[in-house]
Design a protein around this ligand. Sequence first.
Ligand SMILES: CC(C)(COP(=O)(O)OP(=O)(O)OC[C@H]1O[C@@H](n2cnc3c(N)ncnc32)[C@H](O)[C@@H]1OP(=O)(O)O)[C@@H](O)C(=O)NCCC(=O)NCCS
Length: 282
Amino acid sequence: MTPADVPAAEEISADAFHALDVRLRAAAEPEPVRRPPSRSEAWIARTERLVATDGRGCWVAEDAGTVVGIVTSIRRERVWCLVTFAVRPGLQGGGIGARLLDAAQRHADGCPRAMLSASADPLAARRYHAAGFALHPQLRLTGTVDRRALPVVTGLREGSGDDLGWMDDLDRTLRGGPHGPDHTALAADGTLLVADDHSGYAYASESRLAVLAARDEQTARRLLWECLARSGESFQAAHVTATNAWAVDVGLAARLELGTRGYLGVRGMAPPAPYLHDGALL
Ligand SMILES: CC(C)(COP(=O)(O)OP(=O)(O)OC[C@H]1O[C@@H](n2cnc3c(N)ncnc32)[C@H](O)[C@@H]1OP(=O)(O)O)[C@@H](O)C(=O)NCCC(=O)NCCS
């Protein structure tokens, strides 16, 4: 993938995920909406950064000069993460994805750990299983926070660039590598909250949690409660593994709805805890 391919890659990812949402939509769910232009810009900016930092992990598949599939992946010290993977609807199921994933995984050579957040697409699950990933169902907490449930939370503050050093150390312990250059994308999407004693951090907007990492469950709970206190009309924490049952306790106490969607795929490691991963940057 070159910087010039990124707009075409964005189109394919928006089309593929919209088609997937339409295909898997439950009767009670609203009509899926294709990624709006406002979010396309952020997708393009993030992917341009990935091409710059991890060019060897980012590939396109072409047919007669037209991009028909894309993959982006990053390597952060001891962990390789799959960020995005999509094939043009209508061409899926024919082996293009397998070749793309093989190419991206060469960026993981010598990396002992790997993570990805899989959609609910059965085709994706087949590919990841074939690549040696263990698939752990993702629990999802969504809805409007019952503000009467909010406890008093102390010992947290908004973070700054000065906090990134210890945050990266915490990520090394929890997942095998720092977020490093990916803090830019995470910060563009939400507010950084940190524990005064450097025992954890979270990135969250009013509407969704991106990442939450902590040394202990007590800190993790406090961080999640603070994210919920700052939430707007609706909020979602979409990437909770069963090993992070503390997050289910908090979410249900706040009267969010519990469901399941997709998988955390891990290779060479167990699902991290106390840790809620970002859907793209892990
Ligand atoms: C996931 C995705 C990128 C894979 O690319 P692809 O070109 O479809 O993948 P492949 O054809 O190489 O592999 C698909 C596998 O599913 C199988 N398959 C095809 N139709 C299937 C179906 N209806 N149900 C289950 N498996 C199916 C294929 O036979 C193949 O398995 P095999 O290699 O063991 O035979 C693509 O399907 C896609 O864009 N999906 C929507 C977006 C998405 O979910 N991306 C993943 C985000 S984590």
